[in-house]
Write a protein that binds this ligand. Structure first.
Ligand SMILES: Nc1ncnc2c1ncn2[C@@H]1O[C@H](COP(=O)(O)OP(=O)(O)OP(=O)(O)O)[C@@H](O)[C@H]1O
Ligand SMILES: [Mg+2]
Length: 248
């Protein structure tokens, strides 16, 4: 769950990028955060990933209190979220398999776990046949799918994406949104920042709109709670996780 209480962020320049935000996002939701350029979306994103700390207010993400969290807890917090960016941010000197495996190596996963989890994520994202390719040999949509596989491989509870389709054409955008929807159906909370009203309207999810650092509307429309067992693609990792968190 994500909980923001009276959160404000003022940059050193004096810009108040986010003002008095109060927000709750429950586990399993699919939420869009939208608003014009400069409305504070990316600032909110960075507050949620703890890249930035708020000037005022409290932020809870996955039971971590981001303001009072000890430094040594940060890696565990980071593992509980997966992040995706507009510009993919892949390691350009490693192939697809290694890009996804790298996220597992960083957290000290065993060779066996890596051998099991990476192919599973590549299958989920439709990239099994491209596992040996280098990022520069992939289309934009494929590169973003690698980034999503990498974000998911450590089984985070939340996926946060800042303009994930900003560099993609319409067909690839639809594909990425469909993939995020599948991931959400399997139980992961999905938060997508986009300024594209077309996407927001097409998807029919909860929409939070920002303007000048404030939330000006929140459709509050919750994603339907579906049975985990009817998800179209299920992975052993998700099964393991739903066993650990039977309430999901
Ligand atoms: N590091 C920074 N230092 C100072 N001001 C910043 C910084 N980052 C962002 N801002 C300012 O904070 C405000 C909100 O920026 P933010 O990047 O959160 O907007 P955004 O909604 O993500 O915009 P976009 O749609 O263009 O990505 C803007 O006025 C911006 O100029
Ligand atoms: Mg932004």
């Amino acid at each position: 769950m994500i909980l923001l209480e009276d959160v404000s962020k003022t940059y050193q320049t004096g810009v108040r990028a986010v003002r008095e935000l109060n927000l709750r996002i429950d586990d399993g939701e699919f939420v869009f955060i939208t608003g014009k350029s400069g409305s504070g979306k990316s600032t909110l994103f960075k507050l949620l990933t703890r890249e930035l700390l708020p000037t005022e207010g409290d932020i809870m993400v996955n039971d971590f209190d981001l303001g009072s969290m000890k430094r040594r807890q940060i890696p565990r917090f980071r593992r509980s979220i997966g992040v995706v960016f507009q510009d993919f941010r892949l390691l350009n000197d490693r192939n697809v398999y290694e890009n996804v495996a790298f996220a597992q190596r960083v957290i000290g996963a065993s060779a066996l776990e890596i051998r099991q989890n990476v192919p599973r994520m590549l299958k989920l994202t439709g990239l099994s046949h491209k596992y040996k390719n280098m990022p520069y040999e992939l289309s934009g949509g494929e590169q973003q799918r690698v980034a999503i596989a990498r974000a998911l491989v450590n089984q985070p509870r939340i996926i946060l994406a800042d303009e994930p389709t900003g560099n993609l054409d319409e067909a690839n955008t639809a594909e990425i949104m469909g993939l995020l929807e599948d991931i959400n159906r399997m139980g992961t909370t999905v938060i997508v920042i986009t300024h594209s009203l077309g996407i927001v309207e097409a998807m029919q999810k909860r929409v939070i709109s920002m303007e000048r650092g404030r939330i000006i509307s929140d459709s509050g429309q919750r994603t339907e709670k579906r049975q985990l067992s009817i998800g179209p693609v299920r992975t052993a990792s998700h099964r393991a996780r739903s066993r650990r968190r039977p309430e999901a």
